[in-house]
Design a protein. Sequence first.
Length: 274
Amino acid sequence: MGKKTMFDVIALNKALIDIYSSVKNYKISYSLAYYSLKQQYRRTFLGVFWITINLSILITVVGFVFSNILVGDKNAYIISITIGLVFWRFITGMLNDGSVGFIIASPLIKQIPLPLFGHALKVLLRQLIILAHSILLIPIILVITGSPVSLIGIFVYLPIGLILLSLNLLWMALFLGVISTKFRDIVQFTSNMLQLGYYITPIIWIPGMIKDRLPALVLNLNPFYHLIELVRQPLIIGRIEIIHLILALSMLILGWILTLIIFSKYRAKISLWL
């Protein structure tokens, strides 16, 4: 029993050192993220802005169709779906890329002894680069609709919400990345769950518009709803409701504890499973 405990402590220590080394040398992860995007959009004139263009087309079509079907303020609806779609793209990018993060990096993992957490960090930095391009749509829509914004919401609550969202997605990406190296079905499972999540999360619909048809419990049990509201509420109402903060912090703490256990236990086996 003592040997088992000692092994767990040593494994956890090595995992924490791995994470610390990755964060300390984040420039390596950033370079890998930047290079992967550059390769994906090589020989294109607009590069990553194609994602922004695709999102703008989707927002225009969805906004035009559903704003004439659902009852409520059309401008409020368009703003809500714009923010929702921009950050839903961030969420799906993190989890889909995270689930294959180690698999895609297998040649690099087998040849160069880099800290493994660096590959999960690469996923986050890559998606943040994409988000930096996509998020430009939000101020454009706010200006077009003439919607008021709160400076406290933008400069205080939005950074808090984005940090909580990013850190939650990071443990999810790392967790999925570890277990998918052993069980490759996790990649397809993640993709299917995200497709389902798109429809049951208020992305292209607003809870207030269909409140008589959807029980509040359905929303409150959906973690994606709370994560989206972390970054949508600061831009719409200028603050974050306490329920979303509490649940996001709870997910953050419990999620990282679980992920650290899994990462420390199986970190040494990842290269063998690839």
